[in-house]
Design a protein around this ligand. Structure first.
Ligand SMILES: *Cc1c(COP(=O)(O)O)cnc(C)c1O
Ligand SMILES: [Zn+2]
Length: 383
């Protein structure tokens, strides 16, 4: 059964329900069994935690990403800081974990056509998995999408439609049209996409029990998946306590933090959004209210960071050996801020989710200093 995250109304598993009549997103019920380790990949080790049987043939190798200790930053901040490196997924972002589950759902319901509404990472992910699974793929992009992001879709051969009009509304229109035309839209907070994201929490829980987990948040799908994953990890005896969850948003587009910090129960559309972290620039997130409910229930925190802080954090992460995109650097910018404010305690175990690779957005990177040298003088040049 699928349950409404707000009013609790239940929906049958046999139809492509994605949202409740009340307007809020649906989710699968919590898994309440015990954890029994078996198999190699996260999908095998946690197979009974997922609502359908997973087929390795549909996989492109997503998940089982490294959890790397940030040595310099840990020392500097007086905490144990771990980086969950999602940049190494098949299309270079965590979206692949959710797409893998979404593809299963589409096939289970006999859809031959899938789609998504995206400005970048999710589009590439759905296009790649659709190609791999021999499904027809429809990618709806906003009219402001930069050319380099459209080019990144070229290899997969999806049908790409640039839609002129309100981008927030496009999410809902796509679901409607999909129902009519038989296209399963694996959008940002599809219940099965959210299930896929749980795997991040399972992998972390197998290695450590964090005190804090920091999640860059746009639509809210990732945050919901991570929280649900930790709830299930605790229920199953894998960890003894839940971490405290932090949502981080870019200051220039922070509808969830704005509502949460004003004590509101509903988000409002964020007017004139503007940030360099485009992957998290959703002014009216479809799971915004669901994230508010989770933050309230679990004593979470919502924090914003400026474009300047994001750029600095991206550099710092590079010096730890990981090249992330700007949206993914927000977590580290937030850790620095929350540690400075004393909200993160000394010695705490902290995990920041590095959501996607920096190679996707090279145009934001400044040319580094390069020295010229002749072959004859090479020994001198090296110094
Ligand atoms: C999609 C995305 C996010 C935010 O995920 P949501 O599920 O939309 O909240 C964060 N960082 C990157 C790189 C993303 O692609
Ligand atoms: Zn409802």
């Amino acid at each position: 059964m699928l349950r409404c995250t707000s009013c609790g109304r239940m929906y049958s598993f046999d139809s492509p329900y994605q949202r409740c009549e009340c307007g809020e997103p649906l989710e699968l019920e919590l898994f309440n069994g015990m954890y029994k380790k078996k198999g190699k990949r996260v999908w095998e080790r946690f197979s009974e935690f997922f609502p359908l049987e997973l087929d390795p043939e549909l996989s492109l190798g997503e998940g089982d990403t490294p959890l790397t200790r940030a040595k310099k930053l840990s020392k500097e901040l007086g905490i144990e800081l771990y980086l969950k490196n999602e940049t190494i997924n098949p299309t270079w972002s965590f979206k692949d974990r959710g797409t893998y589950l979404g593809i299963h759902r589409a096939i289970q319901l006999d859809f031959r056509r899938i789609g998504t509404v995206s400005t970048g990472n999710m589009a590439a992910s759905v296009a790649a998995y659709g190609a791999h699974s021999e499904l027809e793929v429809y990618i709806l992009v906003s009219s402001t999408i930069p050319e380099e992001k459209i080019k990144a879709l070229a290899p997969y051969g999806a049908k790409i439609v640039k839609v002129h009009g309100d981008y927030g509304e496009l999410y809902y229109r796509a679901l409607e049209i999909g129902q009519k035309k038989g296209i399963y839209f694996i959008n940002s907070d599809d219940p099965f996409r959210v299930e896929g994201y749980k795997s991040i929490s399972f992998e972390i829980s197998e290695e450590i029990t964090p005190d804090y987990v920091i999640v860059p948040t746009s639509s809210g799908g990732l945050f919901r998946g991570i929280v649900k994953g930790f709830l299930e990890a605790k229920n199953s005896g894998l960890i003894e306590k839940l971490p405290r969850f932090f949502v981080v948003q870019a200051e220039g587009c922070s509808p969830i933090c704005k509502a949460f910090n004003a004590g509101k129960e509903k988000i409002e559309r964020f007017e004139n959004p503007h940030t360099i972290a485009h992957a998290i620039e959703n002014p009216y997130p479809p799971s915004g209210n669901a994230v508010l409910r989770l933050l309230k229930k679990l004593n979470g925190i919502c924090t914003t960071v400026t474009d300047e802080e994001i750029l600095e954090a991206q550099k710092i992460l590079g010096r730890e050996g990981i090249f992330v995109q700007l949206a993914s650097a927000t977590g580290i910018a937030a850790v620095k801020k929350l540690r400075r404010k004393g909200i993160i305690k000394e010695g705490a175990i902290v995990v920041s989710i590095l959501t996607g690779s920096g190679l996707k957005t090279l145009r934001y990177i400044k040319q580094p200093k390069v020295e010229e040298c002749s072959l004859q003088r090479l020994e001198e040049c090296i110094g």
